[in-house]
Design a protein around this ligand. Structure first.
Ligand code: FE
Length: 258
């Protein structure tokens, strides 16, 4: 399986701290059925800078360590880019790493609490350049937690989104697990990835997430998510299901009661 979001590189962000950490994570990934990992250190999130060239170099170095130990994982360099006003400029200067070599997909992280007002315009400009933003873990953004349907217009206009395996299986609590389920149900997310930072609480949770996906939504949904991950990595067209509003039982009840 493919994992398109993972903090596997040693000592570059809040993921693996040492080479030993990275190797332990890599072994766990293999045990979780993962064969290909897009390494996505934080970039421009206010705390970490991981420029393109450094990531490419560090990814190649880690790949060598994996190969030397016979750990069957193929790595690709990328970034988890916090949305920022310099993005279009950085793209023009070829300073960002995409998901794919075709430079069609970018992993974009929103701030923890909000969605910046300029997002709509920025995404429009990206789309004009043939670039599709992939919103990482929308289920962990407070504005989306408060009103999941603010994600809908972004997806309707062509953005994609990634739900985190550990969110879906409950590692961030019941509410985030429930929201992850609702986003999958409403076709508002298109891939599952690990966003693994370590081998403990923020590990891969892949087997559990995919067996839950199968139990909740059936084998077709599993195949859909797996195909989407492949298409993103290859820079191919992603065939998405039409998004709908998130089902919100409580809110509707409350509105009716008014
Ligand atoms: Fe991440």
């Amino acid at each position: 399986m493919i994992d398109l979001h993972c903090h596997l590189l040693p000592g570059v962000d809040d993921g693996a701290r040492t080479l030993e950490d990275s190797l332990a994570m890599a072994q766990l990934a293999v045990a979780e059925g993962i064969s290909h990992i897009l390494v996505t250190p934080h970039h421009k999130n206010g705390k970490f800078l991981n420029p393109k060239d450094a990531v490419v170099e560090a990814t190649a170095a880690l790949q060598e360590e994996l190969d030397a130990r016979g750990i069957a994982l193929t790595l690709y360099p990328s970034q988890e880019i916090r949305i920022n006003g310099e993005l279009l400029n950085d793209i023009q200067k070829e300073e960002v790493l995409f998901v794919d070599e075709e430079k069609r997909f970018l992993l974009i992280e929103f701030p923890t609490l909000t969605i910046p007002e300029y997002t709509e315009q920025l995404f429009f400009k990206l789309r004009q350049q043939g670039i599709t933003p992939v919103i990482v873990h929308p289920e962990r953004n407070q504005a989306i937690i408060d009103d999941p349907n603010i994600l809908l217009p972004f997806i309707e206009r062509g953005a994609l989104a990634q739900v985190t395996a550990s969110s879906y299986v409950g590692a961030f609590g019941k509410d985030i697990a429930q929201l992850s389920y609702r986003l999958i149900e409403a076709n508002l997310v298109h891939i599952i990835a690990s966003d693994a930072h370590n081998t403990r609480g923020r590990g891969f949770h892949y087997k559990k997430a995919f067996s839950r996906l199968q139990a909740d939504f059936g084998a077709e949904k599993v195949a859909y998510f797996r195909q989407n991950a492949k298409d993103l990595l290859n820079g191919d067209v992603v065939h998405t299901e039409a998004p709908v509003e998130v089902y919100q039982k409580k809110k509707r009840f409350w509105l009716l009661g008014k």
